[in-house]
Design a binder for this molecule. Structure first.
Ligand code: NA7
Length: 542
């Protein structure tokens, strides 16, 4: 970024995932001067890093793509219902090239600090290369799942075999043949790795602490006629997605579980199981609020495990218990349970036999040591907040995001924070990230940011920041909705229990994507009365 050094820019964008790329495009089209940074070597965000075998999105590709550009919708063709990581990365590259976005980015560059300069009303952003740029606005498109974490197990540094991390997968091909491979973690990521590596490794040891509920993905190649029809109907498809609770076009319903007979319920669940994907979530409306209904569905899935896994002890261990189904992200698989029928695949139950340490040779549990040529961590992320607490983001009066979020992430709409003027987030905490299609949320958020920056330019305003009261009220709403949801009843990255010493609580808006959009739009339509603006040194009304 030799060209931007020493210049005052309009915007710094951090991140080259869905949020960042669209932010760069949209703000550039408004005529703003932009510098963008990305820690990865290229565009793609989480899909740049997650190159592990079998990595695949678990939302339909048609939904999991941009809607802002009719040209891109027409020119890009998805080959599978659920795209693989290489296809997703190709999509990111296509978008970046088509819209000429790459030139705004400096890759392989991590931001080490972003500091608000109260006197000059600007963000001063420093990179790990020691460069510094200054900009009026900062857009944190840093992602809800961008900080992978190692398991809290002693001895990781001691391990002498090949150590691989799902979220930092090497770019070179990896061979599993004839090797003794261990996988720690059985969330969405671990499941995708296990079902793939199980077929290739000499021996595969799956270290499972909490079993996940997983349902058949039933991925398929997309028929060209179907794709052509989709392309003719994108406008309607996007409209439907924006108006559905999950921001996607999968079926949903207003039918409550106990409103239909037991045999009809069974039929509906069987149909959803056969349909695959997240169809189960759409069968009844109260699966995340009615505990009894939830348990019926959980038992249905446990029954399916019995039908697949030959060894009854293994089947029993694979059955999730003690937390509601869908309270952790439901996983989608392609033969995950079948993998455990293979003679080379071994399930190690870390509840009855906890991992004690990692040794030079492998993994030692209470009962034995397993020697491993390769160890794979699929142990999740410091979700929602990790990206912004990993470096110094310093707002008004020297207060950091870390300090602000000590007792839990706070924001207004997941978009802005009191005390951090002119700083925007896409898919930020206390928005609907993780519960709705991240691409629809990213687009909503960037459009909101663009609208706000335009408003400020039109009115000659220098700074914007939500009021303390607006933020308090939003947080109270997020909390109230969370109380009604079963999402708080499982240990997950949604509630922060997966990271030691992290403040706990559901930092997600559970009111559904359409409601979230309404709140974002209302904040604008109300004439920005929930915000404080400054012009020069004076506080002014919007
Ligand atoms: P997740 O869903 O957070 O899963 C992480 C897994 O790693 C989970 O099974 C954890 O078990 C396990 N884990 C973490 N630490 C340990 C230790 N110390 N010992 C044993 N097992 C451990 O992350 P994913 O990457 O799979 O998925 C993230 C999101 O990506 C997902 O929600 C989708 O939206 C896509 P635990 O539950 O803590 O017992």
């Amino acid at each position: 970024h030799a060209d931007v050094k020493g210049r005052r820019l309009d915007v710094v964008v951090i991140g080259a995932g869905f949020g960042g790329l669209y932010a760069v495009y949209k703000l550039r089209e408004m005529g703003l001067n932009i510098a963008a940074y990305e820690a990865g070597g290229d565009v793609g965000g989480v899909w740049y890093w997650n190159r592990y075998p079998g990595a695949r999105v678990d939302l339909p590709s048609i939904d999991y793509s941009y809607s802002f550009s009719p040209e891109i919708e027409q020119e890009w063709t998805w080959s599978e219902e659920f795209a693989s990581q290489p296809e997703l990365l190709a999509y990111f590259n296509f978008v970046a090239d088509r819209l000429d976005l790459r030139k705004h980015y400096q890759f392989n560059t991590r931001i080490v600090s972003a500091v608000w300069d109260e006197t000059r009303k600007l963000w001063s952003v420093t990179t790990d290369r020691g460069e510094m740029v200054e900009a009026t606005y900062c857009v944190m498109a840093t992602g809800p799942l961008s900080v992978p974490r190692d398991p809290e197990i002693p001895g990781v540094a001691r391990y002498a075999g090949e150590l691989l991390r799902a979220g930092r997968w090497p770019h070179h091909p990896v061979s599993y043949e004839g090797k003794r491979v261990g996988v720690i973690g059985t969330g969405s990521t671990g499941i995708q790795i296990v079902q793939e590596v199980g077929r290739q490794a000499g021996e595969l040891y799956v270290f499972q602490r909490t079993p996940s509920f997983t349902m058949p993905m039933r991925n398929q190649k997309l028929d060209p006629d179907y794709v052509a029809e989709v392309k003719r109907n994108y406008t309607g498809i996007r409209e439907a997605a924006r108006n559905s609770p999950n921001g996607g076009v999968r079926p949903w319903t207003t039918r409550a579980f106990f409103s239909v007979t037991p045999s009809r319920r069974r039929e509906l669940l069987e149909d959803a199981w056969k349909a695959g994907g997240l169809a189960m979530l759409g069968t009844f409306t109260d699966l995340l609020s009615n505990e009894e209904a939830n348990e019926h569905v959980a038992e249905f899935v446990r029954g399916k495990i019995n039908g697949v896994v030959a060894d009854p002890i293994t089947a029993e261990r694979l059955k999730p218990r003690g937390y509601p189904i869908f309270a952790r992200r439901p996983c989608l698989d392609t033969g995950y349970y079948e993998t455990f029928n293979r003679p080379n695949v071994h399930l190690i139950d870390c509840v009855t036999d906890p991992i004690v340490e990692i040794t030079a040779q492998g993994v030692r549990t209470q009962s034995s040591e397993t020697a491993l040529d390769m160890l794979i961590f699929a142990t999740g992320y410091d979700g929602l907040t990790g990206a912004l607490t990993a470096f110094d983001v310093v707002g008004r009066d020297g207060r950091t995001v870390n300090e602000k979020w000590k007792a839990g992430a706070r924001s207004y709409l997941g978009l802005m924070m009191e005390g951090f003027p002119n700083l925007f987030m896409t898919t930020g905490p206390n928005g609907p990230a993780a519960l709705a299609n991240i691409v629809r949320i990213s687009e909503n958020d960037v459009d909101w940011i663009a609208h706000t920056i335009t408003h400020m330019a039109d009115q000659g305003l220098d700074t914007i920041e939500p009021t303390r009261q607006a933020e308090d009220e939003w947080m109270a709403l997020v909390f109230k909705l969370a109380q009604r949801s079963l999402l708080t009843k499982a240990k997950t990255w949604y509630v922060g229990t997966n990271v030691k010493d992290k403040a706990q609580g559901l930092s997600l808006f559970t009111g559904g994507f359409p409601k979230y959009r309404e709140y974002c739009a209302a904040a604008i339509e109300a004439g920005y009365r929930d915000f404080v603006f400054e012009r020069g040194r004076t506080t002014v009304a919007a």
